[in-house]
Design a binder for this molecule. Structure first.
Ligand code: MGD
Ligand code: MGD
Ligand code: SF4
Ligand code: MO
Length: 689
């Protein structure tokens, strides 16, 4: 007898960006069948961008990993043999124990994943640290590590200060090195709504992006000169007495030093450095400071520089100077990238922070967490993402365990990354597909994807939401929390007997103070989620930070003056152009998921390089030509898109298709973010010239 099919609609958090849209997965007998626009509630009001609409496409793709794999061919060749889960877990644990015995636990690097839940990130960092390695990090390092370092200096915490709804109450929006029309389309809706309500929009970007086209003022800056521009805006604001004197006196310190420093950065001087006219700098500064309520939003155009931390400090100064923090309609919005990058940081999947931002370098904090986990001590902070790869190359790192990251495509300077991974004694990759990185693994562990498991995720506005299970994973794929618990137990580590994500979240409630009141029961029955910090179950959650005090020792914000510095690699005769790397709305990162959606691939099929018409003439290329973009690290073939929307002297490539073969692995010395946004290049026509 045939039974009637069961059709279900399950609320799930989008697996892509950090805006945190809720979508409804329609499943038939546990098989995902589509995305539904079901209710008008939630932060996205029932709307989705093209990626959200296509979010089930990859779930049943034939290339999904279904069984654990052991490598049989050479590294990188991609030849594997299926093995059982018990063999796989045993082999991972045995090899990791051997390596620890011979080389020490600090010779192993662990990468956690901003695509996984809070519970899974919590487990990954717990596993790494109880194994004895302080080398635990994830892609936040490549993304907003500069924000965390910079904002902690000035405000005492690294998170977005205010909810998205405050954007609708503001009068000026300063968007800096950020292109939400492509990268957070649902946030762009808020920006456009605010504009309709009368807010002014100022955009700082070397390209006239789809965001900049809506701007009242567009400052088309030369890449890598952001500090000079921000300082000049502060110069105008202070010289014309447009700053919030009362706020400066009551709530900040360091004003006189800041004033002294920015006085050198006249608009005229900044014009030479940044390529933005002094008149436009003056207009932007006046518009921003005189609005009365303002927000600043930034992302990778600001952070991915060797001066990333200082860039963030300069924007924090600018916000503080105008008193645009801690009030309704005001705030700093470092827009988080991945769907759970905020949560992965909160959980302590970072070298420098234990769960809840306890500094890992502080012995008493390590002891505090060790006690909660029932052990005597925890390792000191170790190596960051790019440093681990460098040390794999040098031989100091012997093994890596990578969950839900694809560094062969996403780290800077690809040839260098591949050489390093080839040098490892042992590599485990836990993913949903056999990625470019998994091709170098000794053991590949098949993970369940977002809609195939449950757990909590934290969006850019610190909103914690529960994502429900909509479908069964393919084959023998298992949720990451299940895999990590098995590996930890096989390693002989204590405290990994979890029977559900709820179990793990209860431990998080006890260990992460900001999440104390965000219990599984509460989250599962709150469709809107709960904002952290939330110190108790009765607490409503905190939507706006800094209303009374900053999270610094004395409660006052710090104004810190910073000087402009040149990027690591400047254009010269041989490499006369600046290369920057960007994103497009319909593709996501290393294409493992969006690259497997027919509808997205049809509309966003291939890479290209944006070239200004003057540069096209100068270098003899026309629209549609095939060219090589060449840097000191490599060469990359793609088509030319001639467009006046990019500054002369600058070219841009969407990096999804592998452009990191070109980028430089220079790091910000403070936070170790790579300089993805500036290096020197030239273009050559394919076939000579
Ligand atoms: N469709 C899509 N959406 C995404 C992602 C994706 O891959 N695809 N990724 C997500 C993630 S993890 C992140 S971190 C965010 C990133 O979101 P964004 O930061 O918006 O993305 P990018 O395109 O990398 O960079 C933004 C802008 O910085 C500009 N820029 C380049 N150099 C400079 C500079 O020196 N100064 C200034 N002021 N601007 C500069 C570029 O021209 C670009 O328009 O997007 C998230 N959303
Ligand atoms: N040139 C250049 N490079 C950049 C940037 C840039 O602007 N320019 N931006 C940087 C930034 S901001 C970021 S955030 C990084 C992103 O770098 P990565 O995090 O390395 O890139 P993703 O493609 O998001 O990789 C996520 C991986 O997780 C897998 N995955 C998805 N869901 C799950 C799951 O539930 N479980 C498991 N185990 N795996 C899963 C996916 O298949 C994929 O392989 O890239 C950085 N690289
Ligand atoms: S805006 Fe971000 S969270 Fe919303 S549907 Fe698009 S990718 Fe998903
Ligand atoms: Mo990111």
């Amino acid at each position: 007898m045939r039974s009637v099919s069961e059709v279900r609609l399950t609320p799930v958090i989008c697996p892509f960006c950090g805006f945190g849209c809720k979508l409804y997965v329609r499943s038939i007998d546990g098989v995902p069948a589509g995305i539904e626009f079901y209710d008008k509630g939630g932060v996205n009001e029932g709307k989705l961008c093209p990626k959200g609409v296509a979010a089930v496409d990859f779930l049943r793709h034939p290339e999904r990993l279904r069984k654990p794999l052991r490598r049989v061919g050479e590294r990188g060749e991609g030849r594997f043999k299926e093995i059982s889960w018990s063999e796989a877990i045993k082999e991972v644990a045995t090899r990791l124990k051997e390596i620890k015995k011979v080389f020490g636990a600090e010779s192993v690097g662990f990468l956690s994943s901003a695509r996984c839940t809070n519970e899974e990130n919590y487990l990954m960092q717990k596993l790494a640290r109880l194994y004895g390695s302080g080398n635990i990090d994830h892609c936040a390092r490549l993304c907003h590590s500069a924000t965390v370092a910079g904002l902690i200096k000035c405000l005492g915490a690294g998170a977005q200060s205010s909810p998205f709804t405050d954007i609708l109450k503001t009068r000026v929006i300063l968007v800096w090195g950020y292109n939400p029309a492509e990268t957070h389309p649902l946030l762009m809706r808020y920006v456009l709504k605010a504009k309709d309500l009368g807010a002014k929009l100022i955009v700082v970007d070397p390209r006239r992006t789809r965001t900049a086209r809506f701007a009242d003022i567009h400052l088309q800056i030369r890449p890598g000169t952001d500090i000079a521009l921000a300082n000049a805006m502060m110069n105008v604001i202070i010289s014309n007495d447009l700053y919030d004197r009362d706020f400066i006196v009551r709530r900040t310190e360091g004003f006189e030093e800041l004033k002294k420093l920015v006085m050198k950065y006249t608009p005229k001087y900044a014009e030479e450095v940044t390529g933005v006219t002094a008149a436009l700098i003056d207009e932007a500064a006046r518009t921003f400071a005189s609005a009365g309520r303002g927000v600043i939003m930034w992302a990778m155009g600001l952070t991915q520089h060797t001066v990333g931390t200082y860039n963030v400090v300069a924007l924090a100064d600018l916000a503080l100077l105008c008193g645009y923090v801690g009030r309704e309609g005001c705030g700093v919005y470092p827009m988080r990238g991945q769907n759970n990058v905020q949560g992965a940081c909160d959980m302590g999947a970072l070298v420098e922070f234990l769960p809840g931002y306890r500094p890992a370098a502080a012995e008493e904090k390590r002891r505090e967490v060790a006690k909660l986990w029932g052990v005597d001590e925890l390792p000191e902070p170790g190596l960051t993402v790019v440093e681990m790869v460098n040390e794999a190359g040098s031989g100091r790192i012997k093994a890596m365990y990578i969950m839900g990251e694809n560094p062969v495509v996403s780290d800077p300077n690809t040839s260098h990354v591949i050489k390093a991974l080839n040098n490892l004694e042992f590599l485990v990759v836990q993913d949903i597909f056999l990625t470019e990185t998994a091709a170098y693994a000794d053991i590949v562990l098949p993970a369940a994807a977002y809609a195939e498991k449950e757990g909590s995720l934290t969006s850019s506005e610190r909103r914690v939401q529960w994502s429900f299970k909509a479908a069964e994973p393919p084959g023998e794929a298992r949720p990451d929390w299940v895999i990590l618990s098995s590996v930890a137990r096989e390693l002989g580590l204590k405290g990994f007997n979890y029977s559900s994500p709820e179990d793990i979240l209860r431990e998080i409630n006890a260990v992460v103070p900001q999440y104390r009141g965000i219990t599984p029961e509460r989250l599962k029955s709150s469709p809107e989620g709960v904002f952290w910090p939330c110190p108790s179950e009765g607490h409503p959650g905190t939507m706006r930070l800094y209303e009374e005090r900053f999270l610094t020792c004395n409660g006052k914000a710090k104004l810190v003056g910073v000087e402009h510095r040149e990027p690591a690699e400047k254009p010269d005769r041989e490499y006369p152009l600046i290369l920057t790397t960007v994103r497009v709305v319909g593709q996501y990162h290393t294409l493992t998921m969006t690259g497997r959606s027919l509808s997205l691939v049809r509309r966003w099929p291939e890479p290209y390089v944006e070239v200004n018409p003057e540069d096209a003439r100068r270098y003899g290329v026309s629209d549609g030509d095939e060219v090589y973009v060449v840097t000191r690290r490599g060469r990359y073939k793609c088509k030319v898109k001639v467009t006046s929307s990019i500054r002369e002297g600058v070219v841009a490539i969407p990096w999804h298709w592998g452009a990191n073969i070109l980028t430089i692995d220079a790091l910000d010395p403070t936070c170790k973010i790579p300089e993805y946004k500036v290096c020197a290049c030239r273009i050559e026509r394919v076939g000579g010239g």
